[in-house]
Design a protein around this ligand. Structure first.
Ligand code: SF4
Ligand code: ZN
Length: 754
């Protein structure tokens, strides 16, 4: 244990605690103990405090016992003459620092002077589409975003996060560091500064797009904002790990074991940064500095180093870019997680972090599809001897043939062969084209099938990107991700309008056949359902039972996806569940699914109804696209979408409700579902089906209008959709009931739900 670090961290902790205490006294005097405090859009109160202490801080007064606890954790700054190198004191100081930082931040929110708002810094409005909203530093991550990253965090596609604090040697180095992290799909949280200059300024100056979509989250240009990274880590454990506030040891262990994260300190490290890093160490997050600082080697908190010094200029390498790359590599080595990366041989950077990129009109080199031209993608299985692996053919003109900002027709036809390939897997594989192509930097892919729309930026074109590279991407990714079912793949890109027309017809016939087959597929027509237990790494007792008519609650796994996934990985999270004996066909009780649930929920649950919300509904992890909840007064259910932040008739917003519904529990009357289950014939079929829906978020009504129209018809009430309220109509139960009565909603006269 370094005496220097311990002294700095203890001093940093004492200072921040003093500052926080003074602010708290001021707030108590000026605003009073009953004034509310909290962060926006979260159901976890002040999450780090909630995690460590189990306290739900809602008012300034609630902060008083927190402050007492923080003070008790402090230690005196060691005198020069006397020194006992003791890790415990440093770690205590670190925890005190985190709790104080969160308290201070909450008080800043109360006064509207939180640092990310006050430092006068504005992000350029680079992207109107950015979910960051453009223009503002991010502040804390809201629950919705946390959950929507959920599955990627669970299945390892997103290994974890890097909290970068400070300022890089140069803008060029700053960009290189984030690109290296993006390439590995590591979330990037930015905070802090050195002498007023932050990596956020550097990236901003270089035109790097920041926001949720690009995995780069600029918290604020001060050190205090780094607390949001800790709040994020704590909430991961609470949201996905099924942990409760106050289980601090479990939360820390969970983070150490499952959340791959580290702190990268760029530039000079001051007392507050040492103190904050000491807090991060408790979570198992090591700190790597690009300056000369003392190191802390494994001590028992983790088996890896806690603090690593890697002075930037001493990193071997031919230039700063190579040094930056090695710095990132070292960070990953220290934290010790193997990251799977697929090399894709194209002239632009490639990785999931680029999936959210938008190609704007001013940057557009050329586009295929959209309003001005036709574009489609079609994947089908062919016999082994018909497919030459890796062959990519572009038939017709390439992007060079059109002017800047121009458009052209295109058809992407992929033929795959494999001993385990089945026709059923075609749509599963075809749907991946969207993710695969989007991973290329400077390429934007929207839609699927014959509504595909691909835009290529000028920058990508200048780096040499041409249409054939789409084929190379598909070849590399299908082998990497679906090697168990795809042995060979060849890709033909058609751009002559006449060929595009011909092939489009072939593709449309195939889409139609698939639709018919999928439409015919009913739960009764198969012998087995599939499980998904992917979310157990976060919600240990949760099991999704997925049937042809009930998609996984995150919306990402259909029955066919699971079937394919089982072929790819026979010991993986998607296992066949033989239905066995039908116990109750109406409520959807099968001996096979009950047994499977019992064996795989750690004996927590032994019965699951596939078609009822009232009796033994399916467990929910936290990733659900929508929440369905009974409104007893209306004798029906409301459906709240994840995208909807408004109030609902249940008296709660999505994030508050999600906190109740998640965690791998069965909650009669409340269910997390995938949105395509809403339009299934088996949606609440035991409880009266789609006619039970009395309220739903308007975004669902608009984005799924056609599907709901069909569901309403199937329910025998074609006008049903007009009788369903939304947040624009009402958010209170009495108003809802009045609306339903005025519209003669069928739920009012159906059998009582309760
Ligand atoms: Fe998680 Fe269920 Fe989605 Fe699987 S299907 S990833 S268990 S929510
Ligand atoms: Zn989940």
């Amino acid at each position: 244990m370094s005496r220097y670090i311990a002294t700095s961290a203890i001093r940093g902790a004492n200072n921040i605690v003093r500052e926080t205490d003074a602010y708290l006294q001021k707030a108590l005097k000026e605003k009073g103990a009953d004034t509310k405090v909290g962060f926006p859009n979260t159901a976890y109160f002040l999450p780090t405090i909630m995690g460590f202490m189990g306290r739900k801080v809602e008012t300034i007064g609630d902060l008083i016992p927190v402050m007492d606890h923080i003070k008790a954790l402090l230690h005196p700054i060691p005198a020069d003459s006397k020194w006992v190198p003791y890790l415990g004191e440093t770690l205590d100081s670190g925890v005190a620092t985190l709790l104080a930082e969160e308290t201070l931040m909450a008080l800043h929110f109360l006064y509207g002077d939180q640092p990310e708002k006050m430092d006068g810094f504005q992000l350029a409005q680079t992207s109107g589409e950015s979910s960051n909203g453009g223009g503002h530093l991010n502040g804390p991550i809201d629950d919705i975003q946390l959950r929507s990253w959920g599955i990627q965090l669970v299945d390892g596609r997103m290994p974890g996060f890097a909290a970068i604090v400070g300022c890089a040697k140069s803008n060029e180095v700053a960009v290189k560091i984030v690109r290296e992290l993006q390439r590995r799909n590591i979330l990037i949280f930015l905070a802090g500064n050195v002498n007023g200059r932050s990596i956020i300024h550097q990236l901003q100056e270089e035109g790097v797009e920041m926001g949720y979509d690009t995995f780069i989250v600029p918290f604020g240009t001060d050190t205090l904002s780094a607390i949001y990274a800790i709040g994020f880590a704590t909430r991961s454990a609470l949201t996905f790990g099924g942990m409760k506030g106050g289980q601090s040891r479990e939360i820390l262990l969970y983070n150490k074991a499952r959340v791959f994260a580290f702190v990268l300190a760029l530039g000079e490290v001051d007392d507050l940064k040492y103190a904050t890093a000491a807090g991060a160490i408790s979570y198992g997050f090591p700190a790597i500095a690009d300056t000369v600082i003392p190191e802390i080697h494994p001590t028992g908190v983790t088996s890896y180093e806690h603090v690593v010094s890697m002075p930037f200029n001493e990193i071997p390498g031919k230039d700063d870019l190579e040094r930056a790359e090695k710095l990132v590599q070292r960070c990953i080595e220290v934290r010790g997680v193997k990251i799977k990366m697929t090399e894709v041989p194209i002239p632009v950077p490639y990785g999931s972090a680029f999936e959210g990129e938008v190609v704007r009109k001013a940057d557009l080199r050329g586009e295929m599809g959209g309003k001005k031209s036709r574009c489609f993608e079609y994947l089908y299985s062919a016999p082994m001897e018909k497919v030459e692996d890796g062959k990519v053919t572009v038939l017709g003109p390439d992007l060079d043939s059109i002017p800047d900002g121009g458009f052209m027709d295109m058809g992407i036809v992929a033929e795959v062969a494999g001993r385990k390939m089945q026709e059923d897997f075609e749509p599963v594989l075809e749907r991946q084209i969207h993710h695969f192509v989007n991973g290329a930097s400077g390429i934007q892919h929207v839609g699927q099938r014959d509504i595909t729309w691909i835009r290529v930026s000028k920058a990508a074109f200048e780096k040499g990107f041409r249409l054939g590279d789409i084929g190379k991407i598909l070849h590399a990714r299908y082998h990497a991700d679906f090697g168990a079912i795809v042995d060979k793949i060849q890709v033909t890109i058609y751009t002559n309008p006449a060929d595009v027309g011909t092939m489009l017809q072939v593709a449309r016939d195939a889409y139609h056949k698939r639709n018919v087959r999928l439409g015919d597929m009913a739960d009764e027509s198969v012998q087995e359902f599939y499980s998904c237990t992917l979310c157990q790494s976060f919600a240990p007792n949760h099991v999704c039972v997925i049937s042809p008519e009930r998609i996984g609650l995150c919306g990402a796994y259909s029955w066919l996806d699971c079937k394919a996934s089982f072929q790819i990985n026979p010991t993986g999270p998607n296992q066949p569940i033989p239905k066995k004996q039908i116990i109750d066909p109406v409520k959807g009780y099968f001996s096979g699914s009950n047994e499977f649930l019992y064996a795989n929920s750690h004996q927590q649950f032994d019965t699951v109804s596939m078609y009822s919300i009232m009796e033994n509904p399916m467990t929910a992890c936290g990733c659900f696209e929508c929440i369905v909840m009974v409104i007893p007064e209306a004798n029906g259910v409301m459906i709240l979408s994840r995208e909807d932040t408004s109030m609902s008739p249940a008296g709660m917003t999505f994030s508050t409700l999600a906190g109740m519904a998640g965690g791998g529990l069965q909650t009669p009357g409340v269910m997390g579902v995938g949105k395509y289950y809403l339009t299934s014939k088996k949606f609440l079929s035991a409880d009266g089906g789609f006619k039970r829906v009395v309220w739903m978020s308007s975004i669902l009504k608009t984005t799924m209008a056609e599907e709901f129209r069909q569901a309403a018809e199937f329910a025998g009430d074609p006008e049903l959709l007009d009788k369903i309220a939304d947040e624009k109509v009402c958010t209170e139960v009495p108003d809802l009931v009045a609306f339903l009565e005025a519209k003669s909603h069928p739920a009012l006269t159906m059998d009582p739900m309760m």
